[in-house]
Design a protein around this ligand. Structure first.
Ligand code: KPL
Length: 304
């Protein structure tokens, strides 16, 4: 089985390293330092107090990979178009492209590039931090879900079992919307506030001003999901978001890390989609809209 992983960031490295024992793995990315480090010395994974290495192919040219059975998209959501176009070039006609990215709008963009029949949406709750190019710290374990449908059920099950052999908690699901929206409601509340205030997740609970905005964002996101007919995995979005803040108290959210590094954020694919869906469905989302604009207005925030 030939697998191409789009993206050489933290999760790309984690998935590539683990899958290297099960498949021929290619990493494809535009980040020169990341590709060079992996070419030079493979991927380095630090977890549970030890560090191990895996050898994979790493390239920056999609022409180097062809007839891949699986393409895994693990780039930031503002890089989806390019990664999806590259996946289309690398995939075999009966290959599948799977997005495991953050955000609510990756599926349609992937399908536009590779075709509906080859596009698959998933979500992962694995947590990883990039320590250096090609060196990832496996920071938190969580399940990975891949959406299945009758036409591709056998291939999706095969990929899920490969991921399980690579020690991921992988499952297939027919209701991936529930997972994506549940994750997005949490991300829409925590990520922008930590990025704007530059605090770790647990600090969002330390005073009533922070807590009230956190709660308002979570309630609006859940209301939009509900209007869309999505069955969220929790009854009380505020309780859920506060629990995530406690469980990940010392984490610096991915959006905070992006802002600190002067990179664009995934705000459009998270809060931006909640606002757009709210408008479409007649659900007011004033707090998400203000927060969305505040993050987009941050200095150096590039807009798609
Ligand atoms: O998913 C996350 C992120 O940072 O993107 C949370 C759950 C908020 C943890 O930091």
């Amino acid at each position: 089985m030939r697998i191409v992983i789009l993206g050489t960031g933290a999760l790309g490295c984690l998935f590539a390293a683990r899958l290297a024992s099960q498949a021929e793995v290619w990493m494809l990315g535009t980040w020169a330092e990341g590709v060079a480090a992996i070419q030079r010395s493979g991927i380095c994974v630090s977890e549970d107090g030890h560090t191990w290495r895996a050898e994979v192919h790493a390239v920056n040219d999609p022409a180097a990979v062809s007839e891949a059975h699986v393409a895994l998209l693990l780039v930031k959501s503002y890089q989806t178009e390019r990664a999806a176009a590259w996946a289309a070039r690398c995939l075999a006609p009966d290959g599948l492209a799977i997005t495991l990215q953050n955000g609510l709008d990756n599926g349609p963009r992937l399908a536009a590039a590779v075709g509906e029949a080859r596009a698959v949406v998933g979500v992962t709750f694995e947590g990883a931090t990039l320590l250096a190019p090609g060196h990832v710290r496996h920071a938190g374990r969580g399940p990975t879900y891949i959406a299945t449908r009758p036409q591709i059920a056998a291939r999706v099950e095969h990929i899920a079992s490969l991921l399980r052999e690579a020690e991921f908690h992988a499952q297939t699901t027919e209701d991936v919307e529930a997972l994506i929206w549940s994750k997005a409601v949490v991300n829409a509340a925590i990520n922008p506030l930590t990025a704007l205030w530059r605090v770790p997740n647990g600090e969002l609970l330390t005073n009533t001003d922070r807590r009230s905005l956190l709660a308002a964002l979570a309630r609006e996101g859940a209301a939009v999901a509900q209007a869309r007919g999505v069955r969220l995995l929790f009854d009380d979005p505020v309780q859920r978001v506060e629990q995530v803040c406690r469980d990940s108290a010392t984490n610096r959210s991915s959006m905070l890390q992006d802002v600190e590094r002067g990179r664009p954020t995934e705000i459009d694919s998270i809060n931006g989609v909640i606002v757009a869906e709210g408008r479409r469905l007649g659900v007011p989302t004033p707090v998400n809209e203000i927060i969305w604009r505040l993050v987009r207005g941050l200095p150096h925030h590039h807009i798609r």
